[in-house]
Design a protein around this ligand. Structure first.
Ligand SMILES: Cc1cc2nc3c(=O)[nH]c(=O)nc-3n(C[C@H](O)[C@H](O)[C@H](O)COP(=O)(O)O)c2cc1C
Length: 318
């Protein structure tokens, strides 16, 4: 039995291609102030099961061995009405996963074409079956992450009620529809509405770009906690600054943190080819220079690096 999630908790959001085991190891080491983490989604197969070792690898073999890390990390799945969701829920239960989260927000065309991710918000009959099936087969903490709708918000209130009725224990609300993608400002008023409607805690998500936004979201929406995605890619230290009340950062300190982060990241990439190291290091670094003077030039230099030593020469010169 997991202990309840305290009010004001900050969550590092699941992000495909980013929040793998290596990335989470770095976050846990440098910025343990994040109360909760997430691994990106595991696609539930449309036929058959995955070998247990595949499910374990998705979480990360090393981190899974550490009970307190296992307990603060949501294991996210992405499913559709045709997928073998009950089987995956059972397998995750048998593996000893303490926390399963279902992704009802993915906007990808392919996923939605197959009736998965945010599309399920338009098909509440299938959604109910899926949620019921998971609840019956998975005894640990069961949570959901939703958008506020697909094309519009007409199913929003019913979705929140459905998740409550079928035993979901916490709901993260990303304040955009699928149609909104990432473009418009997130609509926090829907997070506030979910708080009014829901018996279970609501975690707000969308457009928290600086530590003060976390406070603002808690106050303006009444949500129980805040999940940060792109803001946490720009500032992986945001939870630390938030908890220390440090709301401004000078450029020198900012660059030092970027440098320390990238060096730490590389040190965790064992058994990865140089090509893989370069690709992943570029991928995580591209977000970190947005708010830095001369940031675009620094980013350009890093992204043009052809080899790992080239890349880290630039990092050391920051
Ligand atoms: C690169 C990237 C990958 C993402 N992958 C996932 C994912 O695997 N699962 C998920 O639930 N949401 C995913 N999201 C959505 C975020 O978790 C979050 O809901 C969204 O970015 C809004 O929050 P923000 O305004 O703080 O960025 C992803 C977002 C980005 C930018």
């Amino acid at each position: 039995m997991l202990s309840p999630i305290p009010y004001g908790s900050v969550f590092f959001a699941p992000m495909e291609g980013i929040t793998d085991e290596t990335f989470r190891k770095v976050i846990l080491k440098l910025y343990p102030e994040w109360d909760y983490l997430a691994c990106d989604f595991l696609r539930v197969p449309a036929a058959g099961a995955y070998p247990q070792k595949h499910l374990l690898r998705h979480f990360g073999n090393d981190l899974f061995q550490i009970p307190w890390v296992r307990e603060k990390t949501m294991y996210q799945i992405l499913t559709s009405k045709k997928s073998f969701t009950d089987m995956i829920a059972t397998q995750l239960q048998e593996l000893g996963v303490p926390w399963l989260d279902v992704n009802l927000g993915c906007p990808s065309n392919t996923v939605c074409k197959h009736g998965g991710g945010s599309f399920l918000l338009t098909d509440l009959v299938s959604l109910r079956q899926i949620i019921k099936g998971i609840r019956e087969n998975f005894k640990g903490r069961f949570t959901a992450k939703i958008r506020i709708g697909f094309q519009d918000t007409s199913s929003f209130e019913d979705s929140i009620k459905l998740l409550n009725d079928e035993g979901v224990e916490l709901i993260t609300v990303h304040g955009r529809t699928r149609e909104d993608m990432y473009k418009t400002p997130a609509r926090w008023e829907y997070i506030a509405r979910a708080v009014q409607l829901s018996q279970v805690p609501i975690i707000g998500n969308g457009d928290t770009w600086k530590p003060s936004d976390i406070d603002r979201m808690l106050k303006e929406t009444g949500c129980h906690g805040v999940m940060v995605a792109r803001g946490a890619l720009k500032f992986p230290w945001m939870a630390q600054d938030y908890k220390r009340g440090q709301f401004e950062l000078n450029q020198e300190e900012h660059l030092k943190r970027v440098k320390d982060f990238l060096i730490e990241y590389q040190s965790h990439m064992e058994n990865v080819t140089p090509r893989g190291i370069l690709k992943q290091s570029k991928s995580i670094s591209r977000f970190m220079f947005d708010d830095v003077e001369d940031g675009p030039q620094m980013r350009r230099k890093l992204l043009l690096s052809q080899t790992v030593p080239d890349f880290f020469n630039v990092v050391h010169s920051l």
